[in-house]
Design a protein around this ligand. Structure first.
Ligand SMILES: [Zn+2]
Ligand SMILES: [Zn+2]
Length: 102
């Protein structure tokens, strides 16, 4: 899902935090912001839940692969790698969900 509801200021902060590169493969091709926890699963629009991905990783994590996508990770592995990246970054207080959720 394209995350059209993220304010531009937050978007910029995420790109900056991740060094204007894909957090998973270091590519800078077609950078996009991904919600690690889906909005439908209570994921927030906070930086704790947002990560910079290149178009290849982003499409792969959503189950669509480009023909020339290096297929070294499955969507599940990519998802877990996102969680690891953010949990490490914000440790020990990583909280990607909306405030007030259990
Ligand atoms: Zn990537
Ligand atoms: Zn996404």
């Amino acid at each position: 899902m394209i995350s059209a509801n993220i304010p531009n200021s937050v978007r910029k902060a995420i790109y900056k935090r991740d060094g204007y590169r894909c957090a998973l493969c270091d590519s800078n091709r077609g950078l996009q912001i991904h919600h690690v926890m889906k909005r439908s699963q209570g994921g927030s629009n906070s930086p704790h839940n947002l990560i910079t991905l290149c178009m290849y990783c982003h499409n792969t994590i959503h189950g669509t692969r480009f023909p020339d996508c290096p297929d070294y990770m499955t969507p599940v592995e990519l998802h877990e790698a996102c969680i690891e990246y953010l949990a490490d970054f914000y440790a020990p207080d990583w909280y990607p969900w909306e405030e007030g959720e259990p």
